[in-house]
Write a protein that binds this ligand. Structure first.
Ligand SMILES: C[S@@+](CC[C@H](N)C(=O)[O-])C[C@H]1O[C@@H](n2cnc3c(N)ncnc32)[C@H](O)[C@@H]1O
Length: 445
């Protein structure tokens, strides 16, 4: 039985000062992602007008930009088909205005007149008053023809950049690649990890308890307003992201090093399970978020700003977790900006850095200790290939295969070698999960 997704409640600001300010901010955020390759949340946090806005206006702006990014290939194909001549050079902002207008009308159920009128106004506000007529004509045409044109599009293919599509098809075959590319078309559910009492919190939060222990709330919601947030009972963490830390087994009293810790989801799991955790991250700004998150949760860890490739403090450890920086291609359903921020050249650089971190991580585990490796990438060079190469190079290590019982009984998430490989197309009845590669290695005594 396929999951029935509830229709999202969409709040649509009208052509008031606030309504126009949110749309102007949306153009600026879209530019920041597409032209400056800045992550949407970083651009949103740095945006002065948005910082002052009411939470629901901020939420609308984020929804508008993220929906536009989810559907960018489809939207651009519609716009190109509706233009009589290509947009002039230097009119990238006008394309963004059109993209946001199409997104509102065709994907966020904004009434036609509101989507068109606010976009025409926005063209003027962003310095393109001379192109108001074109914006009006293109959006009127697409308001009318768009639904029928959408029905004939291959959404998954159009919204996936060519390089990523071919890498996915090479790795998983055309059918699985298509299923993976379907996942980002929809908002992902809200996943939570709890410190304790999952059944109690599932009832309070109107959430389902997944077989792996994660709580899943289909209705999403404003996170800080949900029961249990203020008292630190849970934190936001995708169901797949919650698996790596569990694979250490019982950790009470063990010394564990988390090498790439921010924003701290896995650190929190390990501390909550009784480990003495040292958590490092190269980013002081992101490490501050770990400190804030732990404080809210009433948990404590030793935190250091440091580079994973060179850190040696406190070694050897009973366990080391390396959740390495990667292309994040497994998280596109939660972060639709990812395919616009990363390209094949980034993957090669990231894979080289991951290999260096992995070699250093091995040195920090005591003989007999456990190393857990994971990335939220769908690409084998940032996953399976790293571990296969390491095992071929380093005789001190052995793979400890994961059993289905350790991951909620989901044997379909295991590779023949005993690693975990999750895909956004897995667990279709539960609403999917992020793509991760996870391996468990033991340093021989
Ligand atoms: C995938 S995120 C980690 C997510 C985290 N483990 C969690 O569960 O919340 C990767 C992190 O690695 C950090 N990072 C990137 N390069 C690093 C390096 N050379 N040394 C240490 N941390 C690094 C980034 O700042 C980022 O916070």
């Amino acid at each position: 039985m396929a999951l029935v997704r509830p229709a999202p409640m969409v709040y649509i600001p009208r052509m008031t000062d606030t309504g126009m300010a949110t749309r102007k901010a949306a153009v600026e955020l879209l530019r920041a992602v597409l032209a400056q390759r800045r992550p949407i949340d970083e651009a949103l946090d740095a945006h002065l007008t948005l910082r002052e806005m009411a939470p629901r206006d901020r939420a609308f702006t984020r929804l508008l930009v993220s929906t536009t990014l989810r559907r960018l290939g489809q939207i651009d194909a519609l716009i190109d088909g509706a233009l009589n001549t290509p947009l002039p050079r230097g009119a990238a902002t006008v394309r963004d205005v059109l993209r946001l207008g199409v997104s509102q009308r065709l994907f966020l159920a904004t009434p036609s007149h509101a989507a068109v009128d606010t976009s025409v106004e926005l063209a003027g506000l962003t310095g393109f008053a001379g192109m108001k007529g074109l914006v009006n004509a293109v959006l009127r045409r697409l308001a009318e023809d768009g639904p029928a044109l959408l029905a004939g599009q291959d959404a998954a293919r159009l919204n996936t950049p060519d390089w990523l599509w071919s890498r996915l098809a090479d790795a998983y075959g055309a059918d699985t690649a298509a299923a993976i590319a379907e996942a980002p078309l929809h908002e992902a559910p809200l996943d939570l990890s709890v410190k304790a009492d999952p059944e109690v919190w599932a009832a309070q939060l109107d959430a389902r308890l997944l077989p792996s222990g994660t709580l899943r709330r289909e209705a999403g919601g404003m996170v800080p307003e949900l029961p249990g947030f203020a008292e630190g009972a849970w934190w936001v963490q995708d169901a797949a992201a919650a698996l790596p830390a569990r694979l250490f087994g019982p950790v009470e009293g063990r010394r564990i090093l988390d090498l790439c810790a921010a924003p701290g989801g896995k650190t929190a799991q390990l501390v909550a399970a009784g480990a003495a955790v040292t958590a490092i991250d190269r980013s002081t700004r992101r490490l501050k978020r770990v400190a804030e998150n732990l404080e809210r949760l009433g948990l404590a860890a030793e935190l250091h700003t440091a580079e994973a490739e060179t850190f040696t403090g406190g070694a050897p450890y009973d366990g080391v977790l390396l959740d390495a920086p990667c292309s994040a291609t497994g998280t596109i359903r939660r972060h639709p900006d990812v395919p616009r921020l990363k390209g094949p050249e980034d993957v090669a650089k990231l894979a080289a850095a991951q290999a260096r971190m992995l070699r250093q991580a091995v040195e920090l585990v005591r003989p007999g200790g456990i190393l857990i490796w994971c990335t939220c990438s769908l690409l084998p060079e940032e996953g399976e290939a790293q571990i296969d190469r390491l095992l071929a190079e380093d005789e001190r290590l052995a793979r400890v295969p994961v059993a289905a019982a350790e991951i909620g009984g989901s044997a379909e998430l295991l590779t023949p070698a005993g690693d975990v490989r999750t895909l956004p197309s897995h667990w279709p009845d539960h609403g999917g999960l992020d793509g991760f590669h996870i391996a468990r290695l033991k340093r021989r005594s």
